[in-house]
Design a protein around this ligand. Structure first.
Ligand code: GLY
Ligand code: MN
Ligand code: MN
Length: 434
């Protein structure tokens, strides 16, 4: 059952921040895959955050000021279309069940918006997100401008509504955190299942199938992003998604995969030996990445700035790369020269939420922002060692990333993805063969 008061209170908070003017926030369009077959539909995150409404062809309009209003435009009931495509709320049902002040058929959007925009001082919209919507909204504003001789004015200020919405979404409320915990639990079960299912000779896609099975059977709607199931050298290709190679005895398998539940993403990576036992060289690199991750998680606490977890991971990795003879000189010199980037070329995390790389500024007025309770982020150091003359052969093609999802709390952080085995001992125990 939808908790409509949760969404209406988010709309009220946004309206209060707008202070005056009108906001137009469309959901995502349906996308054709080929012929007349569509990709499975995913609503726009901002729109859904404010409505809980998951049908396509819908637009939320908010009016701020003395008489605030929230108005939905959506598809009408249609017996014929509902036989083919399924249930539609229709404007009356949407108003009733989702707590809008008013709801109208989507076909009336242009005419009603022209009325609603009249005499509003400001227009808020996700400017630049969708060129077609920008054009349509500006054309409607131009239509309002033609009424100037009747004494009606068009909005004079244009604002990107995302500046307000991104900041709201950055701090997760308890309802959001409850969904993210559920999504993380399912994703962790999928990683454990994948470890149990892995053995030499299996194909990467067979392990991907185990992940997808666990996601769907547990009620997740979809993977939050295309799973990376990368054996051996494939793990050194950061965005490897072919997932079509055979898994080899003696190689590692890197899996970056997690599900989306009710619009919230998780993002988890584990790396483990295909045969269930780390080699000495694999273990050395793995322990280095794990130590870097442990240091980064310890740095994810309120008041720390955004880059502190990354800096903490980098120091541990730089020392580790020196110990492994992959870099030379002092830790400071390795950090200064960027020599570590041959082996660690991405950052240690990103915001996480409705989008896997979630919204929210990383810097405020040029400075890394401070972490606050309710912010969710990933912590994902790695090490990717491609074959090269100056690299010890035992380390060639070792690609390791360990990625967890954390939420900043009053004291430090909560690791949502703790249940996916991560230490060498826990992984080897889970993968122990009779
Ligand atoms: N799976 C995408 C990322 O780790 O950022
Ligand atoms: Mn990931
Ligand atoms: Mn990530």
């Amino acid at each position: 059952m939808l908790n409509s008061s949760l969404y209406s209170s988010r709309r009220s908070r946004l309206i209060n921040q707008m202070q005056r003017g009108i906001a137009v926030i469309p959901t995502a369009p349906e996308m054709l895959r080929n012929g007349d077959a569509h990709y499975s539909y995913r609503y726009d995150s901002h729109f859904h955050y404010l409505t809980g409404f998951d049908e396509p062809e819908a637009v939320l309009v908010l009016v701020a000021g003395a008489s605030p209003q929230s108005i939905l435009f959506c598809r009408e009931k249609d017996v014929e279309r509902e036989i083919w495509d399924g249930f539609r709320h229709g404007p009356d049902g949407a108003k009733e069940n989702f707590g809008f002040d008013a709801a109208f058929p989507i076909a009336q959007l242009d005419d009603k918006l022209t009325e609603l925009m009249g005499n509003q001082p400001a227009l808020f919209h996700p400017l630049g997100a969708h060129a077609a919507w920008d054009d349509r909204i500006l054309a409607l504003r131009a239509r309002v401008q033609t009424q100037v001789r009747s004494g009606i004015t068009a909005p004079n200020e244009l604002h990107d509504i995302r500046l307000l919405l991104d900041e709201m979404r950055l701090i997760k409320d308890s309802d959001e955190l409850a969904i993210m915990r559920r999504a993380a639990a399912i994703s962790c079960a999928a990683h454990s299942r994948a470890m149990r299912a892995t053995s030499p000779g299996k194909m990467e896609y067979e392990i991907e199938a185990e992940l997808l099975h666990e996601f769907r059977k547990s009620g997740a709607q979809a993977p939050a992003y295309t799973p990376i199931v990368a054996g051996g050298a494939n793990a050194c290709v950061l965005h490897y998604i072919a997932n079509n190679a055979a898994l080899k005895d003696g190689d590692l398998l890197l899996i970056d995969a997690a599900c989306e539940v009710d619009g919230y993403a998780t993002d988890i990576t584990r790396t483990f030996p295909v045969n269930g036992r780390f080699s000495a060289a694999q273990k050395d690199v793995y322990e280095m990445v794990l130590a870097a991750q442990t240091a980064a998680i310890a740095a994810a606490r309120p008041g720390a700035h955004w880059n502190e977890p990354h800096d903490a991971a980098l120091r541990v990795l730089a020392q580790g790369l020196i110990d492994l003879k992959l870099c030379s000189g002092s830790v400071d010199a390795v950090l200064e020269s960027g020599a570590y980037k041959n082996f660690y070329m991405h950052r240690t995390g990103h915001w996480l939420g409705m989008d896997v790389h979630d919204v929210g500024a990383y810097k405020l007025e040029g400075n890394w922002r401070a972490l606050q309770p309710g912010m969710a982020l990933t912590v994902e150091p790695g090490c990717y060692i491609r074959p090269a003359d100056n690299v010890p052969k035992a380390l060639w093609n070792i690609g390791i990333r360990i990625e967890d999802d954390v939420v900043i709390t009053a004291q430090g952080c909560e690791v949502l993805s703790e249940a996916a085995p991560k230490t060498v001992a826990a992984i080897e125990e889970l993968m122990k063969r009779p």
